[in-house]
Design a protein around this ligand. Structure first.
Ligand SMILES: Cc1cc2nc3c(=O)[nH]c(=O)nc-3n(C[C@H](O)[C@H](O)[C@H](O)COP(=O)(O)OP(=O)(O)OC[C@H]3O[C@@H](n4cnc5c(N)ncnc54)[C@H](O)[C@@H]3O)c2cc1C
Length: 356
């Protein structure tokens, strides 16, 4: 297993519990650090992965979102829709009982007959199966896999402030993604954005909001958005390495964890090629449609974005009742299917056509 992030650790937990010997190599000196994540994880994740203990990592409960376009806004409410975690503690709790070789960097692999030879900065060893759970800039992926993907740059600060958000996150629509404010608790906020120059974009945002305090911590990372092959002759890609992220928000912990479970099951059953099939069943539609919605979103004019925002605002009740934190495209489709949305469809279609 290359990479001791949540995806690699969850797959390893299942495999070790089933009696497999898993060698996990991690390039950093400690698990979960440096953090490059906002740590906002939907309730469905915690309901699904009940067998792991995340209690120590949970910092705050989120009860909804305030969505902004400029100064205009509307509020969506759902008690306990998601939780804010300390990603370092979260990852460390997933490593309980596992042996991880730290400070060891995967460099390359080679196949000879039935065996896979792995080269790291410290040694060479052989293995029957290789899993690349080595994050957004996966070396395992780069060596052999065909992928159509784009990397988006994210930048976030943790800051002490007297912002009055209670348990709500703020989402400021700002393409290609959005700018977020997440209350971590104890007067600390995680404020971040994604853009070509996210540090500069965030600086401007903080200035406009007159948020002046010095950051307690700065976190940066990339989000891989795209699609490709995730299995080839006993070598698997998992998590961010496999672009198992929500294309609209970039959140990847839940999708990577679902894929980790599917991967462990396919290895335990001995049917390795089930893995891509299962992932397609679990995540395929959300990711494919999410990619279309992302391209459409990026190609909209400001005026179209304004109309979409007002449309969403008018559908606040539908979003409150049936919006899904981890299934964006299903949420969008249920909005579009509403007969009152017919007049709105040509706008989306026009923006979509511009992406072709
Ligand atoms: C700014 C930002 C904010 C985000 N916010 C959220 C959020 O709020 N919620 C959410 O769900 N997702 C969020 N994400 C995405 C989330 O962080 C990832 O989807 C998630 O961490 C993927 O888990 P993973 O295990 O696949 O990969 P990672 O967590 O990236 O783990 C991969 C591991 O592999 C190791 N590694 C890499 N290369 C090598 C190598 N050559 N040899 C050995 N080890 C190696 C790395 O050190 C790392 O520990 C965010 C991402 C960014 C950039």
């Amino acid at each position: 297993m290359v990479g001791a992030g949540p995806a690699g650790l969850i797959a390893s937990q299942y495999l070790v519990r089933a009696g497999y010997k898993v060698s996990i190599i991690e390039e950093h000196k400690s698990i979960g650090r440096p953090v490059s994540c906002s740590g906002l994880i939907g309730r469905d994740f915690f309901d699904h992965f009940k067998q792991f203990d995340f209690e120590d990592s949970i910092k705050n409960r989120i009860d909804g979102a305030k969505i902004f376009l400029g100064t205009d806004s509307f509020e969506l409410k759902r008690k306990g829709v998601s939780f804010v975690v300390d990603r370092a503690i979260f990852d460390q709790s997933l490593s309980n009982g596992l042996e991880v070789s730290l400070d060891e960097k995967f460099q390359a692999f080679e196949r000879k007959n039935e065996t896979i030879f792995v080269k790291t900065n410290k040694r060479r060893f052989n293995t029957d199966l290789l899993i690349g759970a080595d994050g957004p800039s996966s070396r395992v992926r780069a060596q052999e896999f065909e992928f159509n993907l784009k990397h988006y740059k994210g930048y976030q600060v943790r800051i002490k402030s007297d912002l009055d958000l209670d348990n709500f996150v703020e989402v400021h629509i700002q393409r290609p993604f959005f700018t977020w404010i997440i209350p971590e608790g104890n007067g600390i906020f995680r404020i971040g954005t994604v853009s070509n120059n996210p540090k500069e974009t965030l600086g401007r945002f903080l200035e406009e909001r007159e948020i002046k305090s010095e950051p307690i911590e700065i976190q940066a990372g990339v989000i891989p958005v795209g699609k490709g092959n995730i299995y080839s002759d006993k070598v698997f890609l998992l998590g961010d390495a496999a672009c198992q992220v929500k294309p609209l928000s970039g959140g990847g912990v839940y999708y990577g964890a679902l894929a980790a479970e599917a991967l462990a099951n396919s290895i335990i059953s001995g049917r390795y090629s089930d893995y891509p099939l299962q992932c397609n069943k679990l995540l395929g539609k959300e990711i494919s449609r999410g990619l279309i919605f992302r391209r459409t979103y990026e190609n909209m004019t400001d005026n179209e974005i304004y109309k979409v925002f007002n449309f969403l605002k008018s559908k606040k009740q539908v979003l409150d009742d049936s919006g899904k934190f981890d299934e964006h495209s299903r949420t969008i489709l249920s909005l579009i299917k509403d007969h009152r949305s017919i007049s709105f469809l040509p706008l989306i279609f026009k923006a979509y056509l511009r992406t072709l």
